[in-house]
Design a protein around this ligand. Structure first.
Ligand code: FCB
Length: 458
């Protein structure tokens, strides 16, 4: 028996294999058909923010190559496609007029998936906030949550009948902490106060979005995608174990607590609550609503130790050494067992619905040689994480599917185009797509699961 068959035998017959992308990372055509700039257009045009000052103007030119790219997805034999919808194409100024041409594009995308018998997993927000909303404070302003709700209603009214699943947000950890506290992603803010405001607005927007989805399409499987952290204490000392617990509250609990329990974590609130915006009556009920599914994006674990300096802000941690030296080309430690530890820990802490791995994959930058991309390490990475997923299923966890990040090489945010995560290689000069060795392997595996296309939550 080949290794592939051994792996396939450990996964259920209706397991969904898919590929994932996000609008800003692949679409390009940033000024076409009424689209207006997002915060990522502005951010990438500012010197010093994105590697090489790369931007999303052309990206993979997916907007103009939609049919060929859908054929490519179909040729991989996968049952699902996870994509995101660009708010700046639908409501280009955040509030105000709806842009029909933007909706038309996603209409064609969704119809194209249906024709090819591929499940449509849409993400409503994958970081491309309409730039016009920054004038009012972007995610730090409560009004943005209501603008998001209207955008959501507009999308679901038009496309909801043909979606198989929808996620309100992709990785709020990134659009909150990484974008407003650490300054690495747009809008590049570095302020705990701004970040705490962005946190509450984002969670409120999630809840308002779920209400809009339920009102428009009660049967549609609605959820959210997180990048939760598997946090390991740097040592067994009490100080480091406490640091790991604080880190859990900050990186995971600040999102999972409100959404699944209707409350921010206590330690988090007592340290930072006074700097948060007013939590208005009804907010926590809006945020906590039953979900049909959740998505986990997992790449690498986190190691923390206590930060004992006097100025340290909650969660007061510093990086601790990694378990292994092996890392991908973007410098992320490879440790597949952490995916298992993470899913076990989160399910032990919260009552979670069924779960899809909505992103997993590896950055390796090898190019095409004699028509071939030999990316064996990416193949090994995906296989190792699928093997952990099979263990979780055997233990009874409701893991329903796996989406490889990414369908193709694309704009890797602050890293620009230099970091490649695709199972398909993109030549940015010619836009030629070449399926990598990992992609051929993944395709062969996915084809063993012809039933892998049940609807989430159905
Ligand atoms: C995740 C993002 C995704 C991609 C991968 C590598 O944080 O959701 O868009 O950039 O990382």
């Amino acid at each position: 028996m080949t290794e592939m068959n051994t792996l396939a035998d450990r996964l259920p017959g209706d397991f969904l294999f898919g590929v994932a992308t996000a609008a800003f990372q692949i679409e390009g055509a940033s000024k076409a058909d009424g689209r207006k700039p997002s915060i990522w257009d502005a951010f990438s045009n500012m010197p010093g923010r994105v590697y090489g000052r790369h931007n999303g103007d052309v990206a993979c030119d997916h907007y103009n190559r939609l049919d060929a790219d859908l054929d490519l997805i179909a040729s991989l034999g996968v049952g699902g496609y996870r994509f995101s919808i660009a708010w700046p194409r639908i409501v280009p100024e955040g509030t105000g007029p709806v842009n029909e041409k933007g909706l038309d594009f996603y209409d064609r995308l969704v119809d194209g998936l249906k024709r090819r018998n591929i499940k449509a997993f849409a993400t409503l927000y994958h970081w491309d906030l309409p730039l016009a909303l920054m004038g009012d404070g972007g995610w730090t302003a409560r009004a943005t949550a209501y603008a998001y709700q209207r955008y959501t209603r507009t999308v679901i009214d038009r496309l909801g009948d043909r979606l198989d699943a929808v996620a309100t947000f992709n990785e709020p950890w990134c659009s909150v902490w990484l974008s407003h506290l650490m300054g690495v992603h747009a809008p590049g803010e570095r302020s705990m106060d701004a970040a705490l405001h962005a946190l509450h607005t984002t969670l409120l927007a999630h809840g308002l979005g779920i209400s809009a989805i339920r009102a428009s399409r009660p049967g549609l499987a609605a959820g959210i995608v997180f990048n939760p952290m598997q946090i390991y204490a740097g040592s067994d000392t009490e100080a480091d174990r406490a640091a790991a617990e604080r880190a859990f509250d900050f990186h995971n609990g600040a999102f999972f607590g409100p959404i699944f329990n209707g409350a921010y974590p206590e330690r988090f609130l007592s340290a930072l609550g006074h700097r948060m915006p007013a939590i208005e009556p009804g907010d926590m009920e809006t945020i906590r609503q039953p979900l049909d599914w959740w998505g986990v994006n997992y790449y690498t674990p986190m190691h923390v130790a206590a930060d004992t300096s006097e100025t340290a802000e909650f969660p007061a941690t510093v990086d601790a050494p990694r378990f292994v030296e092996e890392e991908t080309d973007i410098g992320w430690e490879i440790h597949a067992p952490a995916l298992g530890d993470l899913i076990r820990k989160l399910n032990a802490t919260y009552a979670l619905p069924e779960c899809y791995i909505t992103e997993n994959g590896a950055c390796y930058n090898m190019g095409v040689e004699n028509g071939v991309v030999d990316d064996q390490p990416r193949l090994d990475y995906i296989a190792a994480h699928l093997s952990v997923t099979a263990d979780l299923i055997a233990e009874g966890y409701p893991m329903r599917g796996y989406f490889a990040w990414s369908l193709m090489d694309n704009f890797e945010w602050a890293e620009g185009y230099r970091m490649r995560f695709g199972i398909v290689h993109v030549d940015y000069e010619t836009q030629v797509r070449t399926i990598k060795k990992s992609g051929l392997w993944y395709s062969e595996l996915a084809r063993l699961f012809p039933k892998g296309n049940h609807a989430a939550g159905a």
